[in-house]
Design a protein around this ligand. Structure first.
Ligand code: HC1
Ligand code: SF4
Length: 579
């Protein structure tokens, strides 16, 4: 350990600790804009470009950037000398001099780190006047990129290149001309962007934000011709409360349902029903491939890969198009749900599908893109009409004057609001495969197994390997979250060296609970773990915890689909992948 003094406080830290981390350990928060600690994701963003963290180190002539300067024994640091404060303020004014002054209409207003520093430093006038950047907006289904608002912190670049290994965003040019861009400055929609939204999740300003669809929902809700149905993804309930000041990990399922009813949706249903349906098909596919493989059928591909995460689907379509027959062909729960609503439930309701609007509330920005894929529509009539992120839903609830925290818990509507514990854990890493195991194990052993907590597949390491025994079968299960981690498992599959029977992949760290549309968590895994715990609580509170025991799923198969993998289920519940 080394001992130093920061703002007259004695600090003891291990050698190699930065001044920034040493200060934090004694409750001194030095401001930062570019720095982002993603060490749980395998990297730290420290371009040291924003100069917000400059501090005074006794004996040094120049101020030192605290994010990259190691603390040393007997060092004396002042984080709030007049020179440090003045320099920080000047740096901030410099950043603001080339920044649009449209805080009132900026989508990031209220969540912008630059805006909150400007307030903290009492900047009331930007004296420096200079040239303004003027880039064109890049609008895709999922994201809006406004490089006029970019402060070159490079967090998105680190996220896209190092964590996700997608490599879409990087800095080009020098000096005033420098900007984060795609290769050849093409639009994101023409690039290999997966729409995972993790760049937007870490952007400190409004340079990268979701394509906001709240007004489309307002219009649909106000249209008397339309029957508007909402479905909510498993992980939304574990994070939505944060937007209303509740502690991370507060489960708000009942309040969320009440709020959605308050907004005026005709039916408040649950994507979790779709997740149970996904398990029916995916577990069947898995057992089918597995038994044929064990019977010596060499045409069968193993491992099977889960396919419900749309950013992951984009990633393998772009990067592993030689392996398109490996993932499960089951549609995601969101798309299965919407297909059932538009093609089966519409008839039950006696509503023409063109007058039915399906709104999905998702933790994910790639879901906006997924909903717009051609294969999920009949002409211009899409199965999922509008996708809102968790953040957008919170905004809508506030617009409709609903006091979220005062709401009394309400229940989902039936039949498509009924779900099991298995579907709830879809929202966290390892949950989809655990849900599939709960069903596959019962089906394979022809028993009603009681030991259904597959704790081997749980955890937070980026890549995990689990040995699972079902009956006489010894299964090897792989789990990856984060696209960089997924790439490692995929390279093994490509090389024919994968020892796994099944692999679950989620594009975002933690799974959907860490999706790009969730309340901002700034790479703080403690928050993600609390959201994971919330889903565990809900799973354990459910009377039915296996997808194939959902009574409405049983009814749907009896009355409509027949068996999993039947002709009808192939028509409505399965999909294809494209190069
Ligand atoms: Fe997910 Fe899924 S779990 S993909 O992570 O399979 O978005 O929450 O809705 O579709 O159910 C997201 C979450 C979500 C789907 C389900
Ligand atoms: Fe990269 Fe994901 Fe952002 Fe696309 S959405 S640019 S893949 S981080």
């Amino acid at each position: 350990l080394i001992t130093l003094t920061i703002d007259h406080k004695t600090v003891e830290v291990p050698e190699g600790t930065t001044i920034l981390a040493a200060a934090k350990s004694v409750g001194i928060s030095i401001p930062t804009l570019c720095y982002l600690n993603l060490s749980d994701f395998g990297c730290v963003n420290t371009p040291s470009s924003c100069r917000m963290c400059l501090v005074e180190v006794e004996g040094r002539r120049n101020l030192a950037p605290a994010c990259v300067t190691p603390a040393s024994d007997k060092m004396t640091v002042s984080t709030n000398s007049v020179r440090a404060l003045k320099t920080r303020k000047t740096m901030l004014e410099l950043l603001l001099s080339d920044h649009p002054k449209d805080c009132l209409t900026c989508q990031k207003s209220g969540n912008c780190e630059l805006q909150s520093l400007a307030d903290k430093f009492s900047i009331r006038d930007i004296k420096l006047k200079g040239e303004q950047s003027a880039y064109r907006l890049d609008i895709s289904k999922s994201l809006i990129r406004d490089m006029d608002k970019c402060i070159m912190c490079r967090r998105c670049e680190t996220m896209c290149n190092e964590v996700q290994t997608v490599g879409v965003l990087s800095a080009i040019n020098r000096g005033f001309e420098s900007v984060i861009a795609t290769a050849m400055e093409i639009n994101l929609s023409d690039s290999v962007c997966t729409y995972c939204g993790q760049c937007a999740a870490v952007c400190p300003t409004g340079a990268l934000v979701e394509n906001d669809a709240t007004w489309d929902v307002v219009k649909a809700l106000g249209d008397p011709e339309k029957t508007v149905i909402v479905q909510t993804a498993p992980s939304v309930r574990a994070a939505l409360g944060e937007e209303f000041g509740l502690e991370p990990g507060t489960l708000v399922t009942g309040k969320m349902v009440a709020a959605l009813r308050g907004l005026g949706f005709d039916k408040v249903f649950d994507t979790d029903f779709g997740a149970d349906l996904t398990i029916m098909e995916e577990a069947s596919e898995f057992l089918d491939r597995l038994t044929r493989h064990l019977d010596g059928d060499t045409s069968v591909k193993l491992p099977i890969l889960t396919s419900c995460c749309p950013a992951w689907v984009n990633f393998f379509e772009h990067n592993f198009s030689d392996l398109l027959d490996v993932p499960s062909t089951s549609k995601s729960p969101m798309q299965m749900f919407s297909a059932v609503v538009k093609n089966v439930y519409a008839q039950e309701l006696g509503v023409d599908r063109k007058n039915l609007v399906v709104v999905s509330v998702m933790p994910c920005l790639a879901k906006k893109y997924e909903a717009s894929r051609d294969e999920f529509s009949i002409g211009n009539d899409y199965d999922t009409d509008i996708v809102l992120s968790t953040r957008e839903l919170a905004k809508l609830i506030k617009q409709y004057n609903i006091e979220f925290n005062l709401l009394k818990d309400e229940e989902f509507d039936n039949p498509l609001g009924e779900s099991t514990g298995a579907s709830i854990i879809f929202g966290r890493t390892g949950g989809v495969i655990e849900a599939a195991l709960r069903t596959a194990a019962d089906w394979y052993t022809k028993e009603d197994l009681q030991d259904i907590d597959y704790t081997q597949v749980r955890g937070f390491e980026g890549v995990r390997s689990a040995d699972v025994k079902i009956g006489d079968l010894e299964l090897k299960i792989g789990i990856a979250h984060g696209l960089g981690e997924a790439r490692k498992l995929l390279e093994e599959v490509r090389a024919g060296k994968s020892a796994y029977h099944a692999i679950e992949i989620m594009a975002c760290k933690g799974g959907c609970i860490g999706g790009g549309g969730q309340p901002y968590h700034h790479g703080n895994t403690a928050i993600l773990k609390k959201r994971t715990e919330a889903l565990k609580t809900e799973d354990e509170s459910k009377k039915i915890r296996k997808s194939h025991e959902n009574p409405y799923i049983i009814k749907l198969y009896k009355e409509y689909f027949g068996e999993p993998l039947s002709h009808r289920s192939h028509e409505l519940l399965h999909t294809k992948y494209f190069k």
